[in-house]
Design a protein around this ligand. Sequence first.
Ligand code: ARG
Length: 464
Amino acid sequence: MTEPNDLLRGRFEAPTDAFVERFTASVGFDQRLYRHDIAGSIAHARALAEARAITADERDAIIGGLETVRAEIESGRFAWSVALEDVHMNVEARLTELVGDTGKKLHTGRSRNDQVATDLRLYLRDEIDAVIALLDEVMAQLVDLAERHAADPMPGFTHLQTAQPVTFGHHLLAWFEMAHRDRARFRDCRKRVNVSPLGAAALAGTTFPIDREATAAALGFVGVAANSLDAVSDRDFAIEFCASAATTAMHLSRWCEELVLWASERFRFIDLPDAFCTGSSIMPQKKNPDVPELVRGKAGRVFGHLLALLTLMKGQPLAYNKDNQEDKEPVFDTADTLRGCLRAMRDIIGAMRPNVAAMGAAAEAGFATATDLADYLVRKGRPFRDAHRVVGEVVRHAQAGGIALADVPLDALRRFDPAIAEDVYATLSLAGSLAARDHLGATAPARVREAVAQARRRIADDGP
Ligand code: ARG
């Protein structure tokens, strides 16, 4: 067994203080990078052999050893050592145990600085792909549900007050748009993540003629980081990931706020599946929407991680500083949290049961077609501001009488404006109001169905 202190402490006389050893160690959390670390090392070993820095036999011994290490880790047989500080040195030390001194040649022409930047980029690339796949599933669920409810009215709200009728499908497609932009942000972020730092070494590059383009290609990177100082130090790609995640988490939180409201006794717009709710320990009648509440709550930690990374980066002079070791836990937790929230959302959207009757009744109740009446008067030649005032008076009248706009008799309506005729009732109905908003991006059922078809094409589109 390599003595941990032997690895890096050639210039020191005293061993590391036991507390400092623990304080500086990252292996407790960065061990989850092992797959990416080993993939990076295999690509680097090949490049070293191409550069004649190691022989072909040494390369094969190293690659075989690294594969054994990976198998040990995956089967739970690997003994992680805090004294070896991080995932990189744990893997390397075990490799050397397995293949002897040849293992010590792996770190030729590289540093943990370009190594960890490579690992994190490979890790984030996988996470981004997983997030995008989940967003695709969320979008598909939304579109399916929107199609089923393309014509079902619900109140549209502003200020959480009933504003104008919309269809439930139209509302769901608003969520779709948010998710679609979120996916575009992750796709865009992926381009800047997917660049290889390998070869930058500690900060200035390496004296060995390794082919950076070849290692980049072997790892599936689309290019090579153009400046070695920048390559080992900046974590803006992780910040972008966290910013995209924060925006998505903010959207999911908004949706969940609506789900919580809709599932409440006051709204009753939806029934959440029992599997996504819990009971109360004291109130037997309760069915609490815990999962949406948690998704809403988890946005807070995702936002926090973004701020942590920005703060981590802002004071760092070029090039690598140990501060950067602190990037991992926020990044990991962001990815885990976001994936959990997306999964929960996908399943809830797929399983919730909309209460179409309650939504429709609520849309009838709040004078939601008042704007339609004003627009009707405009079509009869009234200026909009006058029409707005007249309709306000009609609403006051209906409210006092406890009736809906559509139930105010014609003679009563005509007392407010003699231009009103029998055809007004088509305008005042929910179906009439919805159908009248018949243009691109609006809530007419025909338009919602078009938007559904379009949305399906947009999900399949692999452009931005
Ligand atoms: N554990 C370190 C990190 O996460 C690896 C790089 C260490 N480099 C160094 N020069 N100390 O950033």
